[in-house]
Write a protein that binds this ligand. Structure first.
Ligand code: S3P
Length: 178
């Protein structure tokens, strides 16, 4: 069963995936890294040369290429919710957790990063990015089994996340079996 984190860029998905990997001993998959490895170039290069629509196809293909039976923790890219089959696949493989952070937190984290790593910032600008952030929130809400507020996760909450995740998955399986 997969535990997949969704959420806007810089919401803390990869940090949380790493922490869950360390506390549960499950392997973590960073989907952007899988895409870059398959393409033989960086995400920024894919956006620059092939464009976003092509990137979304590569994202879905990378997801489809992962072993469904692995018990893994997954860090997805912030735009995965635009691809319906990708969301369906994530939901069919396990539990989907939305890591939610405010726009102010996201913006200040992104502004502190080395420029050039997140292509959408250059493509959309800050106003466009904020608009995208607002447009995506309902998509994350619809795709996720539950929402976690980013930023205030201690060790105990991580344990709770693991329990909740198992519970949701068992209930979903039970519901399907009935
Ligand atoms: C994207 C987010 C990125 C990466 C790509 C597109 C997006 O991942 O997949 O740049 O559309 O929000 P992170 O959310 O890990 O930054």
């Amino acid at each position: 069963m997969w535990t997949s984190f969704i959420g806007f860029m810089a919401s803390g998905k990869s940090t949380l995936a790493r922490r869950l990997q360390a506390t549960t001993n499950r392997p973590a998959v960073f989907l952007d890294d899988v895409i870059a490895e398959r393409a033989g170039c960086s995400i920024a290069e894919i956006f620059a040369t092939a464009g976003e629509a092509d990137f979304r196809e590569q994202e879905l293909a990378a997801l489809r290429g992962l072993d469904p039976s692995r018990n893994l923790v997954m860090d997805t890219g912030g735009g995965i919710v635009h691809t319906t089959p990708a969301v369906e696949l994530l939901r069919s493989r396990g539990v989907v957790i939305w890591l939610d952070a405010s726009w102010d937190v996201i913006r200040s984290r992104l502004k502190a990063e080395t420029p050039g790593q997140r292509p959408l910032i250059d493509i959309l600008g800050w106003a466009g990015l904020e608009e995208l952030f607002r447009r995506r929130r309902p998509l994350y809400a619809a795709a996720a089994d539950f929402r976690l507020r980013s930023g205030d996760l201690d060790g105990e909450q991580l344990v709770r996340v693991s329990r909740l995740r198992s519970l949701i998955w068992e209930r979903r399986r039970d519901g399907e079996a009935r």
